[in-house]
Design a protein around this ligand. Structure first.
Ligand code: NZQ
Ligand code: ZN
Length: 387
């Protein structure tokens, strides 16, 4: 197992009614909050008014940045930084999905940076002080509620980059599964695929002695398979929403990657699809993942795929290793189809026009230390197989 420093400082308030802790969670860090939210889902479900009432009760003043878009854009970050300066904000409160939380994180870093916030997106090492961040999660997917990552797009340049800072990890996150009852079937499926992809990106690594992390990963994958399906059929099933929500946080908070990580492969590819076509992140991942698996299956990797097939998909361990691996890849594809995700890029409006440039840009983000190192030609082949 590789060396690591374990630090997951986010305080989690998990379960029904935990929003009652909002005032104390925010006022521990500041009294002038920037409330960041998306296009209105929190108003429809009544959460917006609850948040405003609770903040008022604790004498926390509120400035609002609303309309943060899925695949958040740098323009929203800049608008948030401006509001923070104008209103002397000292704590940032994100209420929404990963896009809202990611945008809030880069705002919180951008306020303390003497330059344009885009610099912090492409140069994580320039992130210095960060305003404290608190989040209320409404969509189980990205794990942004408990990690230090933020992904921001500049559509004018077709750029989408992930940045990172320990200090962008939220100080506290409120996770009430009931807030995800209203998530659409499409976003529930995409969220489940995103959680699974975060797990798979670390599960397929080159540290076989990290036995413990692999068993954690398999448990989380089985949780997503079981409860992803249940949440699709019964959106208000608390058990399903609760299991998905906690899986979302644990998939990417370091539990699986500390001591075992490899560079990610499918995410850099998908980020290019979103950067050029603004598609839903989890849908792109689900389309690419089985094709990436097929591409990297070989004599050196087959044992890991066989382990995946037997332990996650309960495939007969007596079969030939390649048979198990191929059946596991097919099971992965079938599951994504069963929860309503299409299998081809064309079905989400992507043709062959930008494949080469996207492949080059994906590889430039560093795939040489991946489970199987990939060149631009490899990525192009995976894109073509996904069309
Ligand atoms: O904008 P509103 O009205 O809130 O609607 C949103 C949005 O349209 C809606 N939604 C959220 N909660 C809802 C709801 N609708 C009804 N009921 C609710 N309770 O869902 C839509 C999608 O929301 P979004 O925040 O974009 O989804 P997600 O959480 O999947 O975030 C995706 C973004 O996160 C990045 C992705 O690249 C993408 O930009 N990622 C962030 C990561 C991280 N910080 O660690 C890692 C991931 O790999 C990922 O790259
Ligand atoms: Zn993801």
């Amino acid at each position: 197992m590789n060396n690591f420093v374990y630090s997951i400082p986010t305080k989690i308030y998990f379960g029904k009614g935990q929003i009652s802790h909002l005032g104390e969670a925010v006022s521990e860090y500041g009294s002038r909050a920037l409330l960041v939210y998306g296009g209105g889902s929190i108003k429809k479900m009544g959460l917006y008014q609850t948040v405003i009432d609770l903040l008022q009760k604790d004498h926390i003043s509120v400035t609002e940045l609303f309309g943060v878009e899925p695949n958040p854009k740098i323009e929203s970050v800049r608008a948030g930084v401006k509001l923070c300066h104008e209103n002397d904000i000292n704590v940032v409160l994100a209420v929404g999905g990963g896009s809202v939380i990611d945008c809030a994180k880069v705002i919180a870093a951008g306020v303390c940076y003497d330059g344009d916030a885009w610099d912090l997106v492409i140069h994580p090492e320039k992130i210095g002080r960060v305003l404290p961040i608190v989040s209320v999660l409404t969509l189980s997917a990205t794990g942004s509620e408990m990690d230090g990552n933020a992904v921001i797009s500049d559509m004018k340049k077709n750029d989408k980059f992930g940045t990172f800072s320990q200090d962008m990890k939220p100080k506290a996150s409120i996770l009430d599964p009931e807030y995800t009852y209203s998530v659409s079937k499409k976003q529930t499926a995409a969220g489940t695929a995103d959680i699974m992809s975060h797990i798979l990106e670390t599960y397929f690594n080159n540290t076989p002695e990290a036995f413990l992390q692999s068993r954690f990963a398999e448990g989380l994958l089985k949780t997503c398979i079981k409860y992803g399906m249940t949440a699709m059929e019964s959106p208000k099933n608390y058990e399903a929403r609760a299991n998905l929500m906690w899986a979302s946080s644990l998939a990417i908070n370091g539990l699986l990657s500390y001591g075992a990580g490899a560079a990610w492969s499918v995410h850099p590819m998908e980020h290019e699809l979103s950067a050029f076509y603004d598609i839903t992140h989890g849908i792109g991942l689900a389309i690419l993942t089985p094709n990436w698996m097929k591409h990297v299956l070989n004599e050196n990797t087959v044992d890991k795929f066989a382990e995946y097939g037997v332990n996650v998909w309960s495939i007969d361990a007596n079969l030939n290793r390649f048979e198990i691996a191929e059946e596991a890849i097919q099971s992965t594809r079938d599951f994504f189809n069963e929860i309503g995700i299409p299998s081809t890029l064309r079905s989400v409006g992507i043709g062959d026009d930008n494949l080469e440039i996207m492949a080059k840009k994906a590889v430039s983000k560093g795939m040489d230390h991946a489970f199987v190192p990939l060149t631009a030609d490899d990525v192009l082949a995976i894109f073509k197989a996904s069309l």
